[in-house]
Design a protein around this ligand. Structure first.
Ligand code: NAG
Ligand code: NAG
Ligand code: NAG
Ligand code: NAG
Ligand code: NAG
Ligand code: NAG
Ligand code: NAG
Ligand code: NAG
Ligand code: NAG
Length: 480
């Protein structure tokens, strides 16, 4: 009895130590991703101890091995169907993407969670992935148990910000989206059986963006006279409002104690009004202070989320724009690993450290040739923007205000950089001109892309050698 009590206290201290853990989402939907070893250096130099991935990219996991950083690996939505229907496929997924990394102990990867899909319940997906989620979760769980990893690696399902709601805007009226209520009960039953937390996105930015009723100050954790009353509870910020809406939704279906991990939360810096570095800094500092204070929310006082993952570490120029042009600008750091503002992600009161020894393509940009007839230039620019990232040109964006034809140059240049500065990608029917003078104006930065493609074959060799050494490690490990 006494022993049990001691254990209980030990466990609860362990939990409260991790209670304010802050991690980051590391997505790689980029045309020229920052090399994984540089990203891991960036994480280490800023003392970031947890990272959530959207897949199980071997190069990324290789770079994380031996780092002791807690890792969430993800299963892409496109794989859910086959993983639901076959336990064999699930076993091979776990073997290839989990077991081989964790089995090498401290020189391996500290995988803590497997995330089933990337927000598979997003309303915009309809029924595309939804029917396969629970089956996949069960199959992966079984596969993990079979290799004795079920206690170490938890199966979770990242739920989108639109999987729960409250029509009146009041947390006490929160509920899961009606088309999900059956699935949610299955999911919560599964999670609680295996002591896994509920992963969810809270998005004060998107709520603000879509809802004229929510003020900017309320979204940014600024003390405001517009706090909201819900019965006897008073809400001073949008985060608490969203979080408690979820808490009510969980209680309503019978899981009032379910642990919550905020799997994704952030504020973008471009591509929409009020998406700037300075608003993002205010939001993030407010969020971090709130989490570290451990004050919790009105419905869960002194019981903050178990963990919180910032969206995102880096900007990604190939993210889908379905929710908005801001999607490619969630990074605390730019695509090349330079801090946009300061916030304490673990490094304390020091400024955030930037990525080091970043390699760029040569100092060359593509602009429009002003000596030509530019009557057709807009069409060429729009064409360029169908593959290159032009989201900074959208209303409220950092390049919205640069005048014509500088905006044409901006589009031309991003296309040119996307194609590794190949000469023919600055042609545009004779309208393009290569320059060595940086055409950036004010806040509108004309990008120089990262040098990555040339090093790919080199990576292949490293990867191969490393895989062999891992396999050997596994074999040795299994025989000891
Ligand atoms: C994970 O394992 C599967 C099955 O072996 C494999 O096809 C896949 O490429 C691996 N990586 C990712 C990112 O899913
Ligand atoms: C998921 O897999 C199970 C087991 O193979 C199968 O019975 C079920 O029909 C699958 N679900 C869907 C929606 O295909
Ligand atoms: C909008 O705000 C008003 C006043 O704060 C409130 O009465 C109303 O319910 C809100 N509506 C929504 C949809 O949030
Ligand atoms: C789930 O939603 C449906 C409507 O889509 C409703 O008829 C049903 O009662 C709900 N079930 C629960 C348990 O809330
Ligand atoms: C938010 O955007 C509005 C409209 O562009 C602007 O008037 C306001 O100053 C912005 N606020 C902040 C804090 O950036
Ligand atoms: C990232 O890219 C993958 C494949 O390239 C795609 O399936 C996924 O939807 C993308 N995610 C986002 C957020 O754009
Ligand atoms: C503009 O495009 C039209 C249609 O493609 C073409 O006929 C015309 O010659 C072009 N003008 C210039 C100046 O290139
Ligand atoms: C755009 O430029 C005008 C005048 O140059 C300025 O008043 C306005 O604030 C600028 N807007 C943005 C979003 O930068
Ligand atoms: C550039 O600016 C002009 C004038 O404001 C506008 O008509 C055109 O659509 C813009 N082009 C792009 C690619 O944003």
């Amino acid at each position: 009895m006494l022993l049990n009590l001691c254990l209980f206290f030990l466990l609860s201290t362990a939990i409260s130590i991790t209670a304010q853990a802050i991690g980051v989402n590391w997505g790689t939907n980029s045309s020229h991703p920052l090399p994984p070893d540089k990203v891991v250096e960036l994480l280490k130099s800023n003392k970031i101890t947890k990272v959530k991935l959207f897949d199980a990219n071997p190069l990324v996991l290789q770079a994380l091995s031996g780092s002791n950083i807690g890792v969430t690996v993800g299963i892409p939505n496109s794989m859910l169907k086959s993983l639901n229907s076959s336990t064999k496929v699930a076993e091979s997924w776990v073997h290839d993407n989990v077991t081989r990394y964790v089995s090498s102990g401290s020189s391996g990867v500290r995988i803590e969670y497997v995330a089933i899909g990337d927000e598979p319940f997003q309303q915009s997906y309809g029924e595309q992935y939804h029917p396969f989620v629970i089956g996949t979760a069960m199959n992966i769980q079984t596969a993990l148990a079979r290799v004795s990893l079920a206690n170490q690696v938890k199966v979770v399902v990242p739920c989108s910000y639109d999987s729960f709601q409250s029509e009146s805007g009041l947390p006490s009226k929160g509920h899961f989206r009606l088309d999900l209520n059956k699935t949610m009960i299955e999911l919560l039953t599964f999670l609680s059986k295996h002591h896994s937390p509920f992963f969810v996105t809270i998005s004060p930015f998107i709520i603000f963006h879509q809802n004229k009723n929510i003020s900017l100050d309320f979204s940014l954790f600024k003390e405001t006279k517009h706090s909201r009353n819900d019965g006897h509870k008073t809400y001073k910020n949008s985060f608490d409002l969203g979080y408690d809406t979820l808490v009510t939704a969980l209680s309503t279906v019978g899981f009032p104690q379910m642990d919550i991990v905020v799997a994704s939360i952030g504020w973008p810096t471009d591509g929409a009004t009020n998406a700037t570095s300075s608003t993002a800094e205010t939001f993030m500092k407010g969020l971090v202070v709130h989490l570290r204070s451990k004050s919790g929310t009105p419905l869960r006082p002194r019981n903050p989320p178990l963990e919180t993952y910032i969206l995102s570490l880096l900007d990604e120029d190939q993210r889908s724009l379905v929710t908005g042009n801001f999607e490619r600008h969630w990074g605390v750091f730019t695509f090349d690993g330079q801090a946009k503002y300061n916030v304490d992600l673990g490094q304390g009161s020091k400024n955030l450290a930037n990525a080091q020894y970043v390699e760029y393509l040569s100092s060359k940009w593509c602009v429009v040739n002003n000596n030509k007839d530019l009557s057709n230039a807009t069409a060429s620019a729009l064409d360029a923007c169908s593959s290159a990232d032009c989201t900074a040109l959208s209303p409220g964006g950092s390049c919205f205000n640069i005048s014509w034809p500088a905006n044409i140059s901006y589009a031309f240049n991003n296309y040119y950089q996307l194609h590794d500065q190949s000469a023919d990608s600055c042609d545009f029917g004779g309208l393009g001109l290569i320059t060595t003078v940086d055409p950036s104006v004010g806040n509108c930065r004309f990008r120089l892309e990262l040098r990555t493609s040339h090093s790919e074959s080199l990576y292949g060799t490293y990867l191969f050698k490393w895989m062999i050494s891992l396999t050997l490690n596994t074999i040795i490990h299994n025989f000891m």
